[in-house]
Design a binder for this molecule. Structure first.
Ligand SMILES: Nc1nc2c(ncn2[C@@H]2O[C@H](COP(=O)(O)OP(=O)(O)OP(=O)(O)O)[C@@H](O)[C@H]2O)c(=O)[nH]1
Ligand SMILES: [Mg+2]
Length: 441
């Protein structure tokens, strides 16, 4: 369901990634586009305002613009802020106190009954709970209790209800049953209403007062759009909800509104429902969601790795050398080592956005070792002035590096081409990866 927000934001990011030199104006333009994309994706306007202000403040107020890999840093700021607004780290279900007592609340049709079963199933697999009680506390919809009973049987959990309309009595009795029969967890499925109304909230408050709940979770249909924020606010003010479960994220709604709930209420989104089946239930990971929304593959860890391995100073030095065309084979070797320190090249390439399209990508690590051996077999003078390398020197270098004169030739040729290319680029502007003066990077 997050396709539209993803495609919009990733377009903006791609633009940024393609810009050589980032200026304040570039950033302002990008932020304007981001603002529009978020609004179009149904993200709550307050969230949009806060988010874009934060990104701007960080991007313009800091050293980002001056730094050499400004575009990547900007993308990282976007990602980090998005993680912030989706929620940082938190626990999922509070299981410190046994029995674990959970109540599910939410509007009609949002997926409470289905989610009760999904959650029970999750507790079984995640925490190895064996004894779970599902309680039918929706006395209003005719077949509600029957629906939950069926689901309970399906997942091998116990079910309890009573055939009358006194919800409070049902809850009290099921709490007694939970204690007496040593259940590890009890989950209450409550009734939904079409709109939030006071009567409904009063009833839920009464239920809340009967015991100390481990979790009161708001089940929210991610398709309902902007009102989801009001729904979350009302439920939270009345009950103090401990988490949100977003259902129907497999649908085609724009999703931005649902994602705004955390920011507005400060209540974390803990799980998402991704389909009708019991297994279609996942923990919500803010960082993964942020990466997904930005369509970034794993660009953030790539950027982090790059900035750790290649210092800005080093990159600047390289830039200067390239501009002056004084870049020599020794610098080239230094660059190679920086790349090698980042890990296996194949792994790095896999992390780059869009790498999934590169099916036939075969990066030969051996080739890098050869290049390294060849350069190391040269004298410092040769490394600085490769033009002095004649046939006999070539043969000596080949011998010393365990390669062949052809290989030495090839490297020298490639290096010359690269230098030429870099000289041209250096005159105009820098590409997205100024730290990588190797063709193809
Ligand atoms: N596609 C999809 N459908 C879901 C998901 N969660 C629930 N549903 C469907 O949504 C419909 C309503 O689900 P219920 O669990 O009955 O919702 P409820 O909140 O208990 O509804 P009421 O008891 O009437 O208030 C059912 O058809 C579910 O199969 C989900 O994550 N994805
Ligand atoms: Mg129900």
């Amino acid at each position: 369901m997050f396709e539209s927000i993803t495609s919009k934001l990733s377009t903006v990011l791609k633009k940024i990634a393609g810009i050589g030199i980032i200026t304040e104006k570039n950033i302002e333009d990008a932020i304007k586009e981001i603002r529009l994309s978020l609004l179009e994706a149904d993200v709550n306007y307050k969230v949009v305002k806060h988010f874009t202000e934060k990104v701007k403040e960080k991007a313009i107020g800091t050293e980002v613009i001056k730094s050499i890999n400004a575009n990547q840093q900007f993308i990282k700021i976007m990602h980090d802020e998005l993680v912030n607004f989706l929620g940082g780290d938190y626990s999922y279900i509070n299981i410190t106190k046994k029995p674990v007592i959970i109540m599910l609340v939410g509007l009609q049709g949002c997926g409470k009954t289905t989610t009760a079963a999904k959650l029970a199933n999750y507790l079984k697999s995640e925490y190895k709970f064996n004894k779970i009680l599902l309680v039918g506390a929706d006395v209003y919809r005719p077949a509600a209790r029957e629906q939950l009973k069926k689901l309970a049987t399906h997942i091998n959990a116990d079910f309890y209800t009573e055939q009358h309309n006194d919800v409070i009595k049902i809850v009290k009795n099921s709490l007694l049953k939970t204690e007496n029969e040593f259940y590890e967890a009890v989950i209450f499925d409550t009734a939904g209403r079409l709109h939030i109304d006071n009567e409904m909230l009063e009833e839920l408050k009464k239920i809340k007062s009967l015991t100390s709940f481990s979790e009161i979770l708001l089940v929210a249909d991610s398709m309902i759009g902007q009102i989801s924020v009001d729904v979350a606010k009302s439920f939270n003010e009345a009950l103090g909800i401990t988490g949100i479960i977003l259902t129907k994220t497999d649908g085609d709604a724009r999703g931005g509104a649902a994602l705004s709930m955390k920011f507005i209420t400060s209540v974390p989104i803990k799980f998402i429902g991704t389909g009708e089946k019991i297994e279609k239930f996942e923990k919500f990971y803010p960082d993964r969601m942020a990466s997904r929304i930005l369509g970034m593959g794993d660009i953030v860890s790539l950027v982090e790795k790059a900035s750790k391995t290649i210092s800005l100073e080093q990159a600047k030095k390289t830039e200067e050398k390239l501009k002056k065309a004084s870049f020599n084979l020794e610098d080239f070797l230094e660059q190679l080592n920086s790349i090698k320190n980042m890990g296996p090249i194949g792994e790095l390439i896999k992390m780059m956005p869009g790498a999934s399209n590169l099916h036939n990508l075969n990066f030969d690590e051996k080739e890098l070792k050869h290049i390294e051996a060849i350069i190391l077999s040269m004298t410092p003078k040769e490394r600085h002035h490769p033009e002095i390398i004649d046939t006999s020197r070539r043969q000596r270098i080949a011998k010393g590096s365990g390669t062949s004169p052809e290989k030495v030739n090839k490297l020298l040729k490639q290096f010359n081409q690269m230098k030429k290319m870099m000289k041209q680029i250096g005159k105009k502007k820098f590409g997205a990866f100024p730290g990588f003066p190797i063709p193809g990077f």
